[in-house]
Design a protein around this ligand. Sequence first.
Ligand SMILES: *Cc1c(COP(=O)(O)O)cnc(C)c1O
Length: 354
Amino acid sequence: MEITIKKADKLKKHPEDSTLGFGTFFTDHMFNMDYNPEKGWHNPRIEPYGPIEMDPSTMVLHYAQAIFEGLKAYKTDSGEIQLFRPEDNLKRFNKSGHMLCIPDFDEEFILEALFKLINIEKDWIPGAPGTSLYIRPTIIAMDPYIGLRPSHTYRFFIILSPVGAYYAEGFDPVKMWVTTDYVRAIRGGVGQAKTAGNYAASLYATDLANKDGYTQVMWLDGVDLEYVEEVGAMNIFFLIGDELITPQLNRSILSGITRDSVIKLARSWGSKVSERKVSIHEIYEAHEKGTLKEVFGSGTAAVISPVGMIKFKGKEITIGDGNVGPFAAKLYTELTNIQYGKADDPFDWIMVLR
Ligand SMILES: *Cc1c(COP(=O)(O)O)cnc(C)c1O
């Protein structure tokens, strides 16, 4: 398939690196591609960034048959552009699609399309420390139809957003709110897919957490309401004694690429890493005994997000001294050094833009 390119007549003014924030600015062009049962995926094109016209009955608006991904492109000191494990994102994207009855796409072709798009938008990639270009591939159901069934037609698009340094003012440990009244996902559901409805479903509990002075929800499993699954939209790690623990993938946890990178990196340092069930009671007991050293989230946006406080059933505990711990700090430094080309890449995670 040939990707057609239509350039924007008028280019936008680029924001200052210091004003970027997250997810508010978008570049001049986007990638689009359509699907129908006769042609399959067709008409791949790069064109000016702009609205998608849709009928009010468009299925995605009613039944949330939608999937997305999130990854970043980084500018190195020498001006090269590199991506972090993009093939893993595309593989996961197809996996999410499988769960939502969305037809799969050729991952190699989309990687090429992404490279083409980024090459056109190269000047949008910010250079200040900690900044990057956030990449959001999305697929939505496009049939104009009211009635429940998989859509026959889809739109695939990729948009790009220059984003600021997550920790511009230093690490900011987050406060986590644990609830047994609400769950993010449940085994047999779509928790392991990056699909729109999961995030809508997390809003209400997060709002309650915010109203109680907490940043995010630490989600427990939907069956026993006891085992920790994720925090906000990140995976979670606990350092208890010298064991680094993260919940095992149980079909309701999203399989994070940062999670996998943390596991591999920590193991390469000789740390004991366990993927296993970890109950909220075990966390509180470890805290009681003084063996709970660190807690942190992992995800593409923040990379590593230290947890300073947890509240469960009215009881609040402070992790360590409430600041970022040495293990989280080391992981953050090493991962970002690889992403920005400041350290060797022993796992072959980096793909340089070609
Ligand atoms: C995207 C996401 C993560 C983190 O995945 P990464 O690949 O590390 O960015 C974790 N949990 C949820 C629910 C997510 O949507």
